[in-house]
Each structure stands twice: as structure tokens, then as C-alpha cells.
Design a protein around this ligand. Structure first.
Ligand code: 9MR
Length: 370
């Protein structure tokens, strides 16, 4: 019975757009957690988990358990982790994440089979036009077979676009493009399907969030690439939108974004928000105003994306500000930690958590929703 007042307090706070002061992590997990809310709409919510957390942060893992219906390894399914030497695979870290998730009935997505980063040192120097296809299909066959039937999705290729590189189809100039040409994408999707037909096959991409010209070029390039792949029967099934957002960016245009989503959906593809976080590098230090700006920005983005029924769910790139790649790549000048993720360093829910919850609550229920 004591649950009712707490839930109505939360509901009141949500509709007022504020977070209850003194809200405590331990006191409000459970039915109102993000994945539970998402499930009510036929969506999912999940988070990236790093190996460092899996090994040494049980408190954070307990919050992931409470909030997430799906997890993704921040690094543990990349080449560097899985394939450290040419003739050796190491499934230790990825299997540990899988075992942790399985024990909690949390699903797992695989990230990623092909990327120009996250590769072992041996790979690029040993790659040439003659051996590249064998290396690529060999890796995918080994890895996707190892996890066959155990993963919800595979990011088959990651970040393949870079219009500034002036390559065919606006593809990024990478080790794989140099060795195999654009066909490397086809090869990767076919090999993944052959090894694990059940995981949803995703092309994962960043930089399609804002109306500014360089992101407009990336949206146009992605739509053209998808059309090309589908026309040639490449078995791509979904687009992953990373959603590394920037609260200091002023060109978020919900109409542009929802039209883009609708174009992807119109091709018969699903959409997953795969790496949501909100950079606050350009915002003043004040925590309360940073949190509000971050939350409002994410809410505006999600409100443009979640209404489309092709969108399956959302994952954030980490659950708590205890760790974010943004502090390495986009460090604030004042050296303060970014407040980019739903929970703060003490694992308390922030305004961003409430913004995600509100956007999920506002999304229309999917027809498959029970
Ligand atoms: O957050 C990840 C960081 O810890 C790793 O060092 C890095 C290389 O493996 O990858 C980061 O994650 C990236 C993701 O795999 C793809 N999209 C961009 C993410 C941030 O760089």
C-alpha cells in the first residue's frame, strides 16, 4: 500500500517536469524504472555496461538491473577485446556480461562486428586486398556463431559514413573500404545472417541529429546507402541512431528529425536509439541549470523520435555519470565531470532520467504492446 503515495508523488513531479528533491536511488526503483515504463509501451530501455563496472561496481550494476531490459558491452564485443591476436579469440569479458545479463533475464545486444576503431593492433598492418574478405568473414563467423541465438541485435557495421572522405556512397575511408571497396558492408551483413539468423542486423551511425549542414549531408548519405543496400538485397534490418547529443547545440529541429525517422521506417527498417547521452561541454558549470538543459534537450530529441512505431527502444551509453567517454573525448574546460547520463555519480535519478521517463510515457503504445 505504501507504494501508492510514492508513485503518485513521482507522477505529480513528472507532470510538473521536476524531480522530487531528495529522491533516492534505493527508494524508487521497481515498477517505475525506465524499462518497466518502456515495456508498457512495447518499447525497451537499456544501457551500455563497461567491463570495469562488471568487475568492480556492484552498486551501479544493481541500478542497471533495476532500470534496464537490455545491455550492450561498451567495449567487450569489439575486435580488440574478442580477437586480440590473429589466431586467438578471447570471449571472457563478453561471456561474463552475457552470464550476468542472463541470470537477470536482461537481454544483450552485440556491438560491433565491423568498425574502424576498437581494433587490435595486429589487424590493419596484416590486412590486404587478397586476405581481407577471409579475415572479415572469419571473424564474423567465429564471433556470431559463438553468440548465435543469445543476442537480440548485432551492430553489424558501425560508423561507415564520412561524406568528407569523398568515397563512393559517402563511405568513410577505412581499413575495410581500402581493402574491399563498398562490398565489405554487403559481405558483413551476409556473413552475420549466415552465422546467427536470429539477431536483428543493424547499421549503427552517429551525427544525424541536428539540422546543421554537415549532419544533413550525413542523413542524406545514410538514406542513400540504405536504399542502395536494400536494392541489392543486403540483409540490413534496422538502423541504430547513436544519439550522442549536445545540449549546447541550437539546431535541433524536430520536424527534420521526425521526417528522417519516417523515411527510414518507410523503407521497412526498424530503428533503435543505441548510445544516448547528452554532452554538456558548452554549458556553464552550474549543476541545476546544466541538468535542466541536458534534460530538456534529450526530451525534445526523444519526442521527435519515439512516436514513430518503427522505433523499438532506447539505450543510453552508460547509466550513471560515474563513467562517460565524453570526459575523455570532450572534456570540459573547467574539468568538471559531464552530467550526460540518467543517474548522477551517487546513482540518484537526475532530470535527464525524468526526461527519458516522460518521453517514454508520452510515446504511443506499440501495437504489439501487451
Ligand atoms: O565509450 C567507448 C570507449 O570506452 C571506448 O574506448 C571506445 C573504443 O572502443 O568506444 C567508445 O564507444 C563508442 C562506440 O563504440 C561507438 N560510438 C561512439 C562511442 C564513443 O566513442
Amino acid at each position: 500500500m505504501h507504494v501508492l503515495p510514492r508513485r503518485s508523488l513521482l507522477a505529480a513531479c513528472l507532470s510538473a517536469g521536476v524531480m522530487p528533491s531528495g529522491a533516492r536511488a534505493e527508494s524508487d526503483v521497481g515498477a517505475s524504472a525506465l524499462n518497466a515504463r518502456a515495456r508498457r509501451k512495447g518499447l525497451f530501455f537499456g544501457s551500455a555496461v563497461s567491463d570495469e563496472h562488471l568487475k568492480g561496481d556492484p552498486a551501479l550494476l544493481a541500478r542497471v538491473d533495476a532500470e534496464a531490459g537490455i545491455v550492450v558491452g561498451e567495449a567487450s564485443f569489439k575486435w580488440a577485446d574478442l580477437h586480440p591476436e590473429a589466431d586467438r579469440y578471447d570471449y571472457g569479458r563478453a561471456d561474463a556480461l552475457l552470464a550476468w545479463a542472463n541470470a537477470r533475464r536482461i537481454r544483450v545486444r552485440g556491438h560491433t562486428l565491423v568498425w574502424h576503431e576498437g581494433n587490435p593492433d595486429w589487424l590493419e598492418p596484416s590486412l590486404n586486398a587478397a586476405n581481407a574478405e577471409k579475415l572479415l568473414t572469419g571473424h564474423i563467423k567465429n564471433v556470431a556463431t559463438h553468440f548465435a541465438g543469445k543476442l537480440q541485435h548485432w551492430d553489424v557495421v558501425n560508423e561507415v559514413l564520412q561524406p568528407d572522405d569523398n568515397q563512393p556512397l559517402a563511405l568513410r575511408q577505412t581499413l575495410w573500404l581500402k581493402a574491399l571497396g563498398p562490398a565489405y558492408i554487403d559481405i558483413a551483413f551476409h556473413a552475420t545472417k549466415a552465422a546467427d539468423p536470429s539477431a536483428l542486423r543493424v547499421i549503427n551511425e552517429f551525427g544525424t541529429d541536428y539540422a546543421m549542414p554537415w549532419q544533413e549531408r550525413r542523413r542524406v548519405a545514410l538514406l542513400a546507402l540504405l536504399a542502395d543496400l536494400l536494392r541489392r538485397g543486403v540483409p540490413v534490418q534496422a538502423v541504430g541512431l547513436q544519439a550522442h547529443l549536445d545540449a549546447g547545440e541550437t539546431t535541433l529541429d524536430q520536424k527534420v528529425l521526425s521526417r528522417f525517422i519516417a523515411e527510414i521506417a518507410g523503407m521497412g527498417l526498424k530503428i533503435i536509439v543505441t548510445e544516448l547521452d547528452v554532452r554538456d561541454q558548452r554549458l556553464p558549470a552550474n549543476v541545476a541549470s546544466r541538468d535542466t538543459a541536458v534534460a530538456d534537450h534529450a526530451r525534445a530529441w526523444l519526442d521527435a523520435v519515439l512516436p514513430n512505431p518503427a522505433v523499438l527502444g532506447v539505450l543510453s551509453w552508460g547509466l550513471s555519470d560515474r563513467r562517460s567517454w565524453l570526459n575523455d573525448k570532450f572534456a570540459r574546460a573547467d574539468k568538471l565531470a559531464q552530467r550526460a547520463l540518467p543517474l548522477d555519480v551517487d546513482l540518484n535519478r537526475k532530470k535527464l532520467w525524468f526526461a527519458i521517463a516522460g518521453a517514454i510515457d508520452a510515446a504511443p503504445a506499440r501495437p504489439t504492446s501487451s
